[in-house]
Write a protein of this length. Structure first.
Length: 274
């Protein structure tokens, strides 16, 4: 009978073979301590000099259970596909998209902030320049900077005027969570007003990029592969906004669904994730 014993002196564990129901003197291979053990002891005769454990008995094997698939990844794929469609359809109407989204954010009490630097064509800062945006007005400091908080969100008109330089009236985008920062160069001509309209091409490009990322996440969910790509895509898609933040809300729902069903995804060629 094969078993395991522990030396009562040095606590060294080792294995040995002994006949059943027979006392046997054992010598510890580590400290040479001698003590008696018995493979099986009656209740009336127990040896406290050592501990004995039968070794090699059958073990229970723990197997993974089969978990049925659900439609949650497919639902997440459909939602991210809708986010993609919303993003692409609003990319061409980015200015209207911005106004609608930021109007909702303004109703929620959010405001924005700005910081601008006014310089001349020689890159020298200009002080005491008159700045006005909505009901907020002021002048640049000695370093040519002007900053303000609690500005209404959306596309706002920024008016810049000073003597000896060309006045400007330009449209800028004020958004929540991100401070608008820009360097504005004034021309040397006087008596003229330069109007610069808001350029929505940058927002269009960003919308298209976020929409493509949502599409990649949708494909990943549909194939049930690469859960990390699906999760990251859903998070980035939150910033696609969409009309009245519909895209963001749908992306958040998709993220929750993907996270709860992540065990149903496969990690590429490596097989299922356990």
């Amino acid at each position: 009978m094969k078993g395991r014993t522990t030396c009562p002196k040095c606590k060294h564990e080792f294995f040995l073979d002994l006949p059943e129901k027979e006392k046997h003197q054992v010598v510890c291979p580590k400290c040479n301590n001698k003590y008696l053990i018995q493979a099986k002891c009656d209740d009336s005769k127990k040896f406290e000099e050592c501990s004995w454990e039968e070794h090699g008995e059958p073990r229970k094997t723990v197997l993974s259970s089969i978990k049925p698939k659900t439609n949650m990844p497919r639902i997440a794929a459909i939602i991210l596909a809708i986010v993609f469609i919303i993003g692409v359809s609003t990319a061409a109407l980015s200015e209207s998209f911005i106004e609608s989204s930021l109007d909702v954010a303004s109703l929620a009490g959010l405001t924005g902030s700005m910081k601008i630097l006014i310089t001349d064509q020689s890159n020298e800062s200009i002080s005491d320049v008159n700045i006005k945006i909505n009901d907020i007005s002021g002048k640049t400091n000695s370093q040519g900077y002007f900053s303000s908080d609690n500005i209404e969100l959306g596309i706002q008109e920024l008016k810049i005027s000073t003597s000896n330089y060309r006045n400007q009236s330009r449209e800028i985008l004020i958004s929540p969570f991100f401070k608008y920062e820009s360097t504005i160069i004034l021309g040397n001509e006087t008596g003229k007003i330069e109007n610069i309209d808001f350029n929505s091409s940058g927002c269009t490009i960003i919308l298209i990029i976020f929409s493509i990322i949502a599409l990649i996440g949708s494909i990943s969910c549909l194939k049930r592969q690469h859960v990390d790509i699906a999760i990251v895509s859903s998070v980035i898609s939150i910033f696609s906004f969409g009309f009245f933040l519909i895209g963001s809300i749908l992306a958040i729902i998709a993220f929750i669904i993907i996270f709860r069903s992540k065990d149903e995804f496969e990690n590429g060629k490596k097989g299922k994730i356990f």
